[in-house]
Design a protein around this ligand. Structure first.
Ligand code: DGL
Length: 254
């Protein structure tokens, strides 16, 4: 196996990030780590999240990963600063809510930022928010939503969205998907809110990752790509959902 790229989330949500990465880096090997045993991260203490992330990072380093993608907004907000300091020679790329994209492309429009409580309260997000504030933004901590998506409970999801999102119908045009699980429910959100514009940081992250690898001469030229899925609970159901979302039948994409 060539030097892989490690990518992780508290569960399968980060697959929405991997999907964007594969579009522009199809020749790389990937190890995806889903920490479903410790899901959700959204309401956990900073120190707990840092420890969980560091344990995953150690696995990736042992597996000789050339870059590590934090495909979880909550983990990025809480742990990336610590990890970059502790592992200075390691390349880290971290997702964050695409609020700058709103500033650059749809500044005038009322905006709803959805994220976990942990992300919304974090210092990292608050710096971003104050820098690009369009003064027409609602911040919505979606407590428990990532967990419902992780469980794949459609009935509970519909109930949650109706209760929490109903009041925003007609009020907002932009939705920032500030948790990597949320792109999986765009259709369901549209059902409640009508036509809205979604902002997701994954494609921007993918471009940044490619630029970094190119700069360091680490891009793979091989045409065979291998994707390995690891779940901290060894869940076969999660593995199946993961490859279904990626639209790959087999683990080994050839
Ligand atoms: N997918 C994660 C994020 O982007 C969080 C989900 C969770 O609360 O565990 O924030």
């Amino acid at each position: 196996m060539k030097q892989p790229i490690g990518i992780f989330d508290s569960g399968i949500g980060g697959v929405t990030v991997l999907k964007e990465i594969i579009k522009i880096l199809p020749n790389e090997d990937y190890i995806y780590y889903s920490d479903s045993k410790n899901n959700p991260y959204g309401d956990k203490q900073d120190k707990t999240i840092i420890n969980l992330c560091e344990n995953i990072v150690k696995i990736f380093i042992k597996r000789n990963c050339k870059a590590i993608v934090i495909a979880c907004n909550t983990a990025s907000a809480k742990a990336v600063k610590y990890l970059r300091k502790k592992y200075p020679s390691q390349i880290f790329v971290a997702i964050e809510p695409a609020y700058k994209m709103v500033h650059d492309h749809a500044y005038d429009k009322p905006t709803l930022v959805m994220a976990t409580k942990g992300t919304i309260k974090s210092e990292k997000f608050n710096l971003l928010f104050h820098k690009y504030n369009n003064h027409k933004t609602y911040l919505l901590p979606c407590v428990g939503l990532a967990d419902i998506i992780e469980k794949g409970d459609h009935e509970e999801l519909e109930k949650y969205l109706r209760k929490t999102f109903g009041i925003y119908k007609g009020l907002v045009d932009n939705i920032v998907l500030g948790c990597t699980h949320y792109p999986l429910i765009e259709k369901e959100i549209t059902k409640i809110l009508g036509q809205v514009k979604f902002f997701n940081g994954a494609s921007r992250l993918a471009i940044h990752l490619k630029e970094l690898l190119k700069e360091k001469n680490l891009l793979s030229n091989d045409t065979i790509s291998n994707i390995q899925f690891i779940d901290s609970q060894n869940s076969k159901e999660k593995e199946e959902r993961f490859f279904n979302i990626l639209n790959l039948k087999d683990k080994n994409k050839k």
